[in-house]
Ligand binder design. Structure first.
Ligand SMILES: [Zn+2]
Length: 523
């Protein structure tokens, strides 16, 4: 049997170096479970001893983390210069992590050995050999990360190869060629990799690319094609600077385009939900244009295109989106033809005949002329269609609202809103407080609805964006508000346009809540 490719995720170590990412120990345990469910081979959990959090992670992992097929790996350095492995703190911390697999990093670029470590080149080799031998003697599987390998190989190929050979002969089971500074292009990767394979024919190689030249995935694919055993990266491409090789692209590329098993085939539809779940944990919105897993990865706009797509999806999509757990989306805009209106309506579960479609297109064109933009407002579009069928929302009717912003001498700014509405023939008045006027209005409206429609408590405002539309006709500028509301399992966008930002926000807010109430009835 062919040895299988190993997918090695380093989100919890290298990925956590990304600006803006800070994971708690509990977050790290959640991420490890997610990666395990997805089916990666190895999960690098962190650097025990380097910080308290990673030390605690490995302690808790031993009791709390019941992984399926994935194996946890602890990461660390080789022993300190001119030191002794038995008494080396890092060696001890690696062993204390309690994992069967360890990955140690050593310097493969002579320049770093003499300038950063300040030792002679022979000691550089001994540090690698001693550390690997020692950890192997403690019955651990050892992987060796050759730091700055590609830069080192260009500068002094003999020394870079000596480092690899030392790790190999000492028992390292994978020699991982790292492009630590991320400056190596794919064609150089191919050349250097071929030379390493010729120089060390028995070694099992791995690769670790950073995306500084935008080619981390491309280089990884070439390396896998050339026969490396292990490929390292991060789901969603997290990592310092521009990130590591993005496993959410690499995995489906390997699986769907190259026919190589990267994760168990039945797990591939978990890819998009896992990528989104991870983005939620690290608290960085996932780029909608990200290949395979982004919200817009299978989105279609032009009218002609969507009518053909409705008949023959394979003509316009490189893969069926469901294979990676994503979905086709149709955008509604004045460019749209009847077919895309029909597709959008069926996506929303609405019946539509040709006559209704014609009226919808007319209304969309008219409103887009006034500054609305339904592409990004599927919730408001749904209400527009319902409105044209004669549907009316009967949840409440507005009598009036009022918002005040209060700025005190100590510079604290708060907002207060009063909303008067009629619910089931009964007049209600409620007051809401918030950090800003829209927040206060949202609070007041929900408060007024809560006793009759308790489900409003489950709705959350997740995004609020305002854009000033240009006023080329000399009138006062309009603003467009886009708002995203979510319940426990889905989200929808709504829109408001007005000269007054509060009125535009109110419009979007009301649409957001009405759609939320409709979804609650349907579920
Ligand atoms: Zn790295």
């Amino acid at each position: 049997m062919e040895p299988t490719l190993e997918i090695y995720d380093t989100t919890l170590r290298d990925g956590s170096q990304q600006e803006g990412i800070s994971l708690t120990v509990s977050d790290k345990l959640r991420v490890a479970r997610l990666l395990d469910d997805l089916g990666v081979t190895f999960i690098e959990g962190g650097w025990p001893g380097a910080n308290q959090k990673d030390t605690e992670f490995f302690q808790r992992a031993q009791h709390e983390l019941d992984l399926g097929a994935a194996r946890l790996v602890a990461f660390g350095m080789t022993r300190r210069p001119n030191g002794d492995t038995e008494t080396d703190a890092v060696m001890g911390q690696l062993l204390d992590a309690g994992t069967e697999h360890l990955c140690i990093v050593g310097k493969a670029w002579d320049y770093h050995v003499t300038e950063a470590l300040r030792v002679d080149l022979d000691e550089g080799v001994r540090m690698v050999a001693d550390s690997v031998q020692y950890l192997r003697s403690k019955d651990r599987h050892v992987f060796f990360d050759a730091e700055h390998f590609f830069d080192g190989y260009r500068a002094n190929p003999g020394y870079a190869m000596d480092i690899l050979a030392a790790a190999h002969e000492s028992g390292a089971e994978r020699l991982v060629l790292c492009d630590t500074n991320g400056g190596t292009l794919p064609h150089e990767v191919s050349r250097i990799l071929a030379e390493v394979q010729a120089g060390l024919p028995g070694a099992q190689l791995g690769v670790h690319f950073h995306n500084d030249t935008g080619t981390a995935v491309a280089s990884s694919l070439l390396a896998v094609d050339a026969g490396v055993r292990q490929v390292q990266g991060c789901l969603n491409g997290y990592g310092e600077r521009t990130g590591n090789a993005d496993l959410s692209i690499l995995i489906p590329d390997l699986q769907l385009k190259m026919g190589i098993d990267a994760i168990p085939e039945e797990n591939l539809p978990l890819l998009s939900p896992t990528a989104h779940h991870l983005a939620e944990i690290v608290n960085i919105a996932l780029d909608p244009h990200r290949p395979y897993v982004g919200h817009s990865a299978f989105t279609h706009k032009a009218g002609l295109h969507t009518s053909a797509l409705a008949r023959r999806p394979d003509a316009y999509e490189h893969e069926p989106p469901a294979t990676v757990g994503n979905t086709t989306r149709m955008l509604v805009s004045e460019m749209a033809g009847k077919a895309s209106i029909h597709s959008k309506a069926s996506e929303l579960g609405l019946d539509m005949d040709d006559e209704l479609a014609r009226r919808v297109i007319e209304r969309v064109k008219d409103l887009e002329h006034k500054g609305y933009h339904f592409e990004a407002a599927d919730g408001s579009f749904e209400l527009l269609v319902r409105d044209l069928t004669g549907w009316e929302q009967t949840y409440f009717a507005l009598e009036s609202f009022r918002v005040d912003t209060i700025r005190r001498a100590d510079e604290e700014v708060t907002a207060e809103a009063t909303v008067k509405i009629v619910v089931d023939g009964e007049r209600r008045l409620s007051v809401g407080e918030g950090v800003g006027p829209v927040h206060a209005l949202d609070q007041a409206l929900r408060e007024a609805l809560r006793s009759r429609h308790p489900v409003v408590s489950d709705l959350r405002l997740v995004d609020y964006r305002v854009r000033v539309l240009d006023s080329s006709d000399g009138t006062s500028a309009k603003v467009r508000v886009l708002l995203e509301t979510a319940n426990h399992h889905e989200s929808w966008s709504t829109i408001g346009v007005h000269e007054n930002v509060i009125e535009a926000s109110w419009e979007a807010l009301v649409d957001g809540i009405v759609v939320g109430l409709l979804r609650a009835e349907r579920d």
